[in-house]
Design a protein around this ligand. Structure first.
Ligand SMILES: [Zn+2]
Ligand SMILES: [Zn+2]
Length: 355
């Protein structure tokens, strides 16, 4: 099969033939229809993950957010057949640890060995293997295309779990999204707006703020022109009910916490990078006296997709709108380089695996 291979960290990818993946008894093989590219890919490729986070040994094939058609199903798999159209939630579960048995596969105790494109070769390729298929696949409704749903399987689903399950956003609340113009940020804006919240989008370029407005933000703040904390405090008459760090940089995280009103909820959706090394100093005394909550989301388990897919099928959410462009395998390396500087608006998806 064709794949875009990391031969050396931080260097251009090589598109070449590699061996097809092998199907385990409880796993499955997908012919990849589309695969999104995110800052996790950039951090792995650049060797910039947080302290203690994953690292790669080349040669390696990235790709953890994908959808496609099953072409092989292991003999122990009960629920799936060849030809089924599926998407794969990026942080899968083993199905048998304590977290999985509690229904929280997205924080499986054994996740380190299970993630395509992180633990083993992923979907910057024509085919990809997934493990524990009965636990980790989601059926794609017929009207939805692979490019659109590939955008769901990392940032969009994490934003949904974060906004709906973790931060428990309610209609009428103020939600501030710091780093609103990336894939995670735009997903958060659209989902929070669809719940009935008043969304304030904060980012650094007018292009990204315009994209956020198009997805439902009622106010935008250009952080190169005005202090985002003061702007949110003024617009909301005392602070947001929920504030989100959608990028994972120290300044966005602190600004998010400082944007909150008393008893507000901070939602962390972005990993830090090598610059923070996993640690961000926070105003703990303010968090104490205001009784602020610090919540996070790390993906979403397969069985939680039903309500999100229903909102997509009914036209209330449009994950395809956060896809800013598509590329072939040969263009994936360029996108990784752009992500170093938080370049692309929204999500870039690979949808051509032969060129
Ligand atoms: Zn991702
Ligand atoms: Zn597990």
């Amino acid at each position: 099969m064709r794949a875009a291979v990391i031969e050396e960290l931080g260097k251009p990818l090589t598109v070449r033939d590699v061996p097809d993946p092998v199907c385990p008894p409880d796993g499955a093989i997908l012919r990849v229809g589309a695969n999104g590219i995110c800052r996790t890919d950039w951090a792995l490729w650049a060797g910039q993950f947080w302290t203690g986070g994953p690292s790669l040994t080349p040669p390696f094939v990235l790709g953890h957010e994908f959808a496609g058609t099953l072409v092989d199903v292991g003999r122990d798999v009960r629920d799936w057949r060849e030809g089924d159209r599926v998407l794969f939630p990026m942080n899968p579960g083993c199905g048998s640890c304590a977290m999985c048995r509690d229904g929280h596969q997205q924080v499986c105790d054994n996740v380190d060995t299970l993630v395509p494109g992180v633990s083993y070769w992923g979907a910057f390729a024509e085919y990809v293997m997934v493990r524990h298929a009965d636990v980790n696949l989601v059926r794609v409704p017929d009207p939805l295309g692979f490019t659109e749903v590939a955008a769901l399987s990392c940032r969009y689903m994490t934003a949904f779990h974060g906004v709906v399950d973790q931060a428990r956003v309610r209609g009428g609340e103020w939600v501030a999204v710091h780093g609103a113009g990336g894939g995670m940020g735009l997903a958060t804006v659209e989902i929070a707006a669809a719940t009935g919240a008043n969304v304030i989008a904060i980012d650094l370029t007018e292009e990204k703020l315009a994209a956020a407005r198009a997805l439902g933000a009622v106010h935008t703040v250009n952080a190169t022109e005005s202090d985002p904390v003061e702007a949110v405090q003024t617009l909301t008459h005392g602070g947001a009910h929920v504030s989100v760090d959608a990028v994972g940089i120290a300044e966005a995280c602190r600004n998010s916490v400082r944007s909150l009103r008393t008893r507000g909820r901070h939602l962390q959706l972005g990993h830090t990078t090598g610059a923070e090394q996993g640690d961000v100093p926070l105003p703990v005394d303010v968090m104490l006296v205001k009784e602020l909550e610090f919540r996070s989301a790390f993906g979403m388990q397969a069985q939680r997709f039903g309500t999100m897919l229903a909102m997509i099928e009914s036209g209330r959410l449009h994950p395809g709108r956060i896809v800013s462009r598509t590329v072939g395998l040969g263009g994936a390396g360029t996108v990784l380089a752009e992500l170093a500087a938080y370049g692309p608006t929204g999500v870039v998806v690979i949808d051509d695996f032969r060129s």
